[in-house]
Design a protein around this ligand. Structure first.
Ligand SMILES: [Zn+2]
Length: 277
């Protein structure tokens, strides 16, 4: 019975880690014999659990930072920067994006978004561009859940730009811990697509906004976000941008056909920008 439970636990962990990080399941299997050794050699249950978790985390960190990037290059994917610098003002919303290998793109998309971040910086020197989910390091058509299309290295989500509502200084963090779910909702009189999709039965559309803790002193900056979107539109490598229809209208970008509506089967896009080559 105990053995069966152990096998089921290993399978469940393998599947969950694979869904979350693509290679996490394989790393778990590599770590497993070392974990068993720890269980045998340490008596205290708490120390045992902490040591096993620490070792697995170590395996994940080492693979994410040093082992996967050079291998992914061979498969045509490259990691986005881990830290923003004065040369490349681009960074992830959270270190979890790196640990779970969700920050891989094609070299062309990397060049494009680096270019956009630098152009943004020349107009707004204090703004650092923040990226959210990109793609996994290997294989086309391997889904990066919950996104439908982030499966070929050519898709990337970018956070909106916010100011502190009290002192009006640009913020270099996202309003929720993973960057999703803080929605710039439709105002009275604007097209309310989220409401329309919910009424049509698309419950996934609004899902993320219900499960995120928000910091409330974040103010969506109209000018900077419009400028950023125009940089993306003007970049010849960018083919499509997904944005909620009411924001396309509010930001006076209606004439640009690169900005499209993504459909009710997707998730709402008034908490981030989706761009693709
Ligand atoms: Zn996206």
């Amino acid at each position: 019975m105990k053995l069966l439970l152990r096998i089921v636990r290993t399978i469940v962990l393998f599947v969950v880690l694979t869904i979350l990080s693509q290679v996490g399941g394989v790393i778990y299997l590599i770590y497993k014999p070392f974990g068993v050794q720890i269980s045998k050699s340490i008596k205290s249950k708490i120390t045992q659990r902490l040591s096993r978790f620490g070792l697995f985390l170590g395996f994940m960190v080492v693979s994410s930072l040093w082992i996967i990037p050079p291998i992914a290059q061979q498969f045509g994917r490259t990691p986005l920067p881990i830290l923003a610098t004065s040369e490349i003002p681009l960074k992830p919303a959270h270190w979890l994006f790196i640990l779970t290998n969700r920050h891989y793109v094609t070299p062309k998309l990397k060049t494009t978004i680096v270019q956009v971040s630098q152009q943004m910086q020349s107009q707004y020197p204090e703004v650092q561009l923040i990226y959210l989910d990109a793609n996994f390091p290997f294989l086309d058509n391997f889904p990066l859940l919950p996104h439908l299309s982030h499966d070929d290295g050519e898709k990337l989500d970018i956070a909106f730009i916010y100011k502190n509502s009290q002192n009006h200084i640009f913020l270099s963090e996202t309003p929720t811990w993973l960057g999703y779910g803080y929605c710039e909702k439709p105002k009275k009189g604007e097209l309310n697509q989220p409401k329309y999709c919910a009424e049509k039965g698309y419950w996934m559309y609004n899902l993320l906004s219900k499960f995120t803790n928000k910091k409330n002193d974040y103010k969506f900056d109209y000018q900077a976000n419009r400028y950023l979107l125009k940089l993306m539109i003007k970049n010849p490598a960018v083919r499509k941008i997904f944005l909620e229809p009411h924001l396309k209208t509010r930001l006076k970008l209606s004439k640009y056909s690169k900005i499209r509506f993504h459909g009710c089967h997707s998730v709402r896009h008034d908490d981030h920008i989706h761009l693709q080559l």
